[in-house]
Design a protein around this ligand. Structure first.
Ligand code: XMP
Length: 510
């Protein structure tokens, strides 16, 4: 398969470069800048993109590749830090003291080049850099500038090395995708067109070869990833797959029942349902601290899953819906980040149980998993579902959790989602949910005083959940949601809307 390799120098946008190229139906993979030359040669990429990064090429710990990227005879595109690296390594100059530049700029093309084919005049590009180029290396020429950056793009036509100071991968670079497309199709000469159909066929074959006659266990949470995973595995290995769904009692309204029905009626896949609501509820009794809730739920889940999984004593594999961003996270240049929330997963289990891991989505982004789902016939309403956290409603009931509070929240959340869907807004929102607060307020209903709970509504737009903005609802939709929740649910007499972005807030409240 034709591949573009992206060397990561620590930019917050590295993943976006890969995503944009994949959207062009060309396969792109991210590797740390420290990868060795033999690995690169074995991959035999059609082109290499050097990402941006926060460092200065002159700083002591600047990330520098271990080998000469420019002598591989493969086209190279350097972006921001990548451009500066080209200059630094090939004899140009980078000015440390230059004015920092962030935000929009207009690109003025000085020399026609296939990399700019179809790019409009004065096209808006996005700049985000401290250092900038003051001298280009021999053999290069300047092909574009902006008002503040005399050197915004360079090329060495003979060696097919390009560098741009701006970030073509970000949304605000209006012709950025075109530039990336020109690089991969016209300069790297990538000819193949990725399609999900052949991806699915090759993954199924790979699973069959790998697993052979042994059995596989899959934890089905009901989310998009684990559902698509289960359907894929079932296509590959039929009844050698054992799906276990643990109902924590913290799922959305009738969610476990709907999931069982979907799998039975639609896919004809049998699932072991474990109703563990009582265990989770009793272990969460009296607990109000968010991290403690997360830990109790995570540990209980693993404990119960292990007991269930042991029943399949011929199983040798545990299937997991690990996605590419998780894989990159573990090899990226980023330093250790503070633990904001302990995430819920079954990490650690495979070693403990002597199971081998099978992760067919390790190379895919979330949208690609959705495309695989569609290819496998998973219904559209399911494939488009908003993400749902492992600890479920426990982290949306602030304070102590009780069966009564779970039921109140399930109903409120259900009405909320119904109304968003009805208004045609569901797909415009990354994630929407209701939160039950440990606060009561006074109200008046039918001349009677009420003293009931407050429900907060959250809806955000986002690309990957890393940053998010609150969704700007039409007022009439909010009015209808509030009206229905208060009228139809006993126990809520006030509804508020959360207008916090991330950062500084997080998406979930706990
Ligand atoms: P936060 O609240 O950290 O959430 O802004 C970012 C995204 O992650 C989801 N989330 C989780 N997903 N296990 C998961 O699988 C978890 O423990 C977990 N906690 C948060 C959250 O719903 C949002 O989409």
């Amino acid at each position: 398969m034709e591949k573009i390799v992206i060397l990561d120098f620590g930019s917050q946008y590295t993943q976006i470069i890969a995503r944009k190229i994949r959207e062009l139906n060309v396969y792109a993979e991210i590797y740390p800048f420290s990868i060795d030359v033999d690995t690169i040669k074995a991959i035999s990429p059609k082109g290499i993109i050097l990402s941006g990064g926060p460092s200065s090429v002159y700083s002591e710990n600047a990330p520098i590749p271990k080998f000469d990227v420019f002598s591989l005879g493969v086209p190279v595109l350097g972006i921001c830090y990548g451009l500066q690296l080209i200059a630094y390594q090939l004899g140009g100059e980078v000015n440390k003291a230059a004015k920092r530049e962030y935000g929009r700029a207009n690109l003025i093309i000085d020399k026609a080049d296939s990399i700019f084919e179809g790019v409009s005049k004065n096209s808006q590009v996005w700049m985000s850099h401290g250092d900038s180029l003051t001298k280009i290396p021999d053999g290069f020429e300047i092909i574009a500038h902006t008002e503040n950056a005399p050197i915004a793009a360079i090329r060495n036509q003979e060696k097919k090395i390009y560098g741009v100071q701006f970030h073509p991968e970000v949304h605000h670079s209006l012709d950025g995708v075109k530039i990336l497309e020109n690089f991969v199709r016209q300069i790297c000469l990538c000819r193949e067109v990725l399609d999900m159909h052949s991806f699915v066929d090759s993954v199924i074959k790979k699973i069959q070869d790998e697993v052979g006659a042994s059995e596989v266990i899959c934890a089905l949470s009901g989310g998009v990833d684990s559902t698509v995973l289960a359907v894929l595995l079932s296509k590959a290995i039929g009844n050698k797959l054992h799906c276990i769904h643990i109902d924590t009692g913290l799922m959305r309204f009738q969610e476990s029942a709907k999931l069982m029905k979907l799998f039975k009626d639609y896919f004809n896949i049998s699932i072991d349902l474990v109703d563990a609501s009582d265990v989770f509820l009793s272990r969460l009794k009296g607990v109000t601290d968010p991290e403690q809730k997360r830990k109790i739920i995570g540990n209980t889940f693993i404990e119960l899953f292990e007991i269930e999984a042991k029943k399949f004593n011929n199983a040798k594999w545990l299937a997991q819906g690990t996605l590419y961003p998780d894989v990159i996270e573990s090899v990226s240049v980023k330093g250790p980040s503070a633990v904001i929330k302990s995430h819920h997963n079954v990490g650690g289990l495979p070693e403990k149980m002597g199971l081998k891991l099978i992760e067919p989505f390790r190379d895919l982004f979330k949208d690609e998993v959705r495309a695989v789902g569609r290819q496998l016939g998973v219904p559209e309403w399911f494939v488009r579902r908003h993400p749902f956290p492992g600890p479920g409603l426990a982290i949306r009931i602030i304070g102590e959790i009780s069966q009564e509070r779970i039921e109140i929240l399930q109903k409120a959340d259900d009405i909320y989602i119904q109304e968003i869907t009805e208004a045609g807004l569901y797909d415009k929102i990354w994630q929407a949910f209701a939160v039950l607060l440990p606060v009561q307020s006074v109200g008046v209903m039918g001349d009677e005083r009420t003293y009931e709970n407050v429900c907060a509504l959250r809806a955000v737009t986002s690309v990957d959940g890393m940053t998010a903005d609150w969704f700007q609802f039409p007022y009439d939709v909010l009015a209808k949601i509030s009206n229905r929740i208060i009228n139809e649910i006993q126990g809520i007499n006030r509804v508020v809307y959360d207008i916090t972005s991330k950062p500084p807030g997080t998406i979930e409240w706990e």
